[in-house]
Design a protein around this ligand. Structure first.
Ligand SMILES: [Fe+2]
Ligand SMILES: [Fe+2]
Length: 193
């Protein structure tokens, strides 16, 4: 049976810190607005935004355990950095704990961290909203916010690009999927030099 938004919000408040819950609401509201702009179902966008980080605060051990339990193939980078699994595990939790069966919502939750070449429009909206929701702030965020209103593919490219810059500057590991997403949308929009 489909759960009400209020029930989902109550459950999320039990598993997320106050700051993460506020982030989640920001992503849901940003995604809902972008959905209206780009002709995507706005209730699906709100739900996907609410649930995208539902597994984000599980411990690394628990993420690995759930990934194995759900039969998710874990690569060597994910094994070393289980946080990278929170989208995949979140998708399974969305199905099993929150009774979500819409494939677009599930895809959006699954790929929201690293993106994916050839994503559906809802997945693009959540991927971008995660970076531009109102609580986020960095020097060129306005450029991504403006692009998101006009051209989703370009906004995905800019989001992947900003993610890579953040990872490099922070001496953090890069999962190849982030790079694949950036290259795919860069070439699709012919933004390469
Ligand atoms: Fe996340
Ligand atoms: Fe997030």
């Amino acid at each position: 049976m489909v759960q009400s938004i209020t029930r989902i919000q109550q459950k999320l408040q039990e598993v997320l810190s106050p700051a993460r819950y506020i982030h989640t609401l920001g992503v849901a509201e940003t995604a809902e607005k972008l959905a209206v702009t780009h002709g995507v179902d706005k209730q699906n966008a709100y739900l996907a935004g609410l649930l995208h980080d539902c597994a984000r605060e599980l411990s690394p051990e628990k993420l690995l355990l759930e990934a194995y339990r759900f039969g998710i193939a874990v690569d060597c980078i994910q094994k070393s950095y289980p946080k990278l699994l929170h989208g995949l595990v979140g998708k399974m939790r969305a199905k099993n704990t929150y009774d979500i069966d819409d494939p677009d919502i599930l895809e959006a939750i699954e790929v929201h961290t690293m993106g994916k070449p050839g994503m559906g429009n809802l997945a693009k909206i959540i991927y971008v909203s995660d970076t531009i929701e109102p609580a986020r702030s960095f020097s060129y965020i306005h450029v991504i916010r403006e692009s998101a209103e006009i051209n989703l593919d370009k906004a995905v490219y800019l989001t992947a690009q900003s993610s890579l810059i953040y990872l490099i500057r922070g001496h953090k590991v890069i999962h190849p999927l982030t790079l694949k997403t950036r290259n795919y949308y860069m070439q699709k929009g012919k933004y390469d030099m």
